[in-house]
Design a protein around this ligand. Structure first.
Ligand code: FAD
Length: 462
């Protein structure tokens, strides 16, 4: 019997329950569908597409080692998966569950079609430690506050990582050729903007596992304090591997558990960061429009600028130019600019700097968080449908358990505190302080006062 394992955000051969099920069923065939056609699907950003290309290349090699072919296809998945299943003559399709609303509709329709054709379908939990519907408050409602969410989650058992299937479990004989990887057109066309990404990352399952091992050994012992410092290699940098499922949270969790005894505080701070990832998915599951709508509707009255609506303001600031300066790392605030340049060059930005840079955009420049979220979506290799909007809303004050709006980061004091010798800003913005470097786009004090006035106006109006 032939079984298809339909890969999505789980591009790994280890700890992959759907892959194990397909291997146990009989002859396994891998399938990945690049779906940009299904109604409501959010197209991947550029950096994400780059990562995906290499992750698929690596997955194909990993599967080949087990004797399993990988078919690639492009188009609406709910139609293609049953068609390919029919061509392959598979009697079962297995996949690991997704939690976005649109993706769940695609999966439900695919499942109905397959079952109508008498194909066995089974789905598994693989990308989250706790599926979003599993946890609820005492009143039966979704959590809006992290601490009780994580307390409840922490009392639950977490399964151990599963083994990789034994080699030789793939389908022998001919299978449809599918698309070539290059046909998916995931790499930059024209200008090659990915040189920095290539320099900084190895987007493979093996590299993710090595990074995890190195993190536990070398970085974890000082994680609780060093994680705040962009000038140190103080955090794990596992986010893109977790985003693409080259590492599972179960693998990370148990690697951490094994080392807890030595550094209990660092380990529990790191575990709670994994908890934030879970909390973001909990939010997206219960609020499918997290990337476009304020979680707290009171913020609908905040006068955030949106270039199309606000330009050209008679004598006012040019929102479009401010947004472009922020994107390009030319705001005149070295910590913000360093972060934005790091992002453009490497596809990743340090968490502390993400917070400072996002706060500068939405509070000092007064630009809507959705525009920042869209930029990050396009440029982050770890751009994630839940973590990105949830964190933007957290910074903007409109989200769940958000940072209070009046806590406005000052990029200059933040730089002094977290990059005390200026090594991080110096590396990315070497011209800071010389005449070629721009003056700050806005005065920090004035723009802060304006934001607080707008906030007070919003509260008075609602
Ligand atoms: P570590 O400190 O080593 O943390 C370990 C893991 O925990 C991370 O790999 C990540 O999976 C998870 N994690 C840590 N912090 C958070 C958090 N605040 N929210 C959710 N998960 C977290 N993270 C993404 O994975 N994708 C995004 O698109 C994303 N967008 C963000 C946008 C903004 C405006 C902000 C402020 C934060 C965003 N984050 C996002 C969260 C965080 O910045 C990154 O997860 C972190 O910087 C990744 O680096 P690391 O792997 O070294 O983190």
């Amino acid at each position: 019997d032939t079984a298809i394992v339909w890969f999505r955000d789980d591009l790994r051969v280890a700890d992959n329950p759907a892959l194990l099920a397909a291997a146990a069923h009989g002859n396994a065939v891998g399938l990945y569908v690049l779906d940009q056609e299904s109604a409501g699907i959010r197209p991947l950003g550029g950096a994400a597409r780059w990562w995906l290309h290499h992750a698929l290349e690596d997955l194909r090699a990993g599967l080949a080692g087990l004797g399993i072919p990988l078919i690639l296809a492009r188009g609406p998945a709910a139609l293609l998966v049953p068609e390919i299943c029919d061509q392959v003559g598979a009697s079962a399709v297995f996949w690991n569950r997704r939690y976005g609303a649109v993706e769940r509709v695609v999966d439900t329709v695919a499942k109905q079609r397959l079952q109508r054709a008498d194909v066995q379908v089974e789905s598994f939990q693989a990308s989250l430690l706790h599926e979003p519907w599993r946890l609820a408050t005492g009143a039966g409602t979704p959590y809006r506050v992290f601490t009780p969410f994580w307390k409840a989650a922490s009392s639950l058992e977490i399964r151990y990582p599963l083994p990789t299937p034994a080699p030789g479990c793939g389908a022998p004989g001919r299978i449809p050729a599918g698309d070539a990887l290059d046909d998916l057109c995931l790499l930059p066309l024209g200008v090659d903007w990915a040189a920095g990404l290539r320099e900084h990352w190895s987007p493979s399952e093996g590299a993710g596992l090595s990074l995890l091992g190195a993190f536990i050994q070398d970085v974890l012992p000082d994680y609780a304090t060093a994680r705040e410092r962009p000038d140190l290699h103080g955090s794990s940098r596992l986010s893109p591997y977790l985003r693409w499922g080259q590492l599972s949270p179960f693998q990370v969790w148990h690697a951490l558990a094994g080392s807890r005894a030595g550094h209990p505080h660092d380990a529990s701070v790191f575990a709670s960061q994994l908890g934030w990832r879970e909390f973001c998915w909990h939010q997206l599951f219960h609020n499918p429009d997290l990337a476009v709508a304020n979680l707290r509707p009171v913020f609908n009255a905040y006068p955030w600028k949106w270039p199309d609506a606000s330009e050209p303001a008679a004598e006012g600031p040019d929102t479009r130019a401010h947004l472009a300066a922020w994107q390009q790392g030319m705001t005149g605030l070295p910590l913000v600019d360093a972060g934005q340049r790091e992002l453009w060059h490497t596809g990743w930005m340090h968490n502390r700097v993400r917070m400072v840079s996002a706060s500068f955009l939405v509070k000092n420049l007064g630009i809507h968080w959705r525009l920042g979220e869209q930029w990050f979506w396009d440029t982050l290799v770890d751009a994630d449908a839940a973590s990105n909007p949830a964190n933007w809303q957290w910074v903007a004050g409109s989200g769940a358990d958000a940072s209070p709006f009046f806590r406005i980061f000052n990029p200059e004091t933040q730089a002094k505190k977290f990059d005390p010798e200026g090594r991080y800003t110096g590396a990315w913005v070497p011209e800071a302080g010389n005449p070629h470097y721009p003056e700050p786009l806005v005065d920090l004090k004035e723009s802060r006062a304006l934001a607080l006035d707008s906030y007070a106006g919003m509260k008075a109006a609602t």
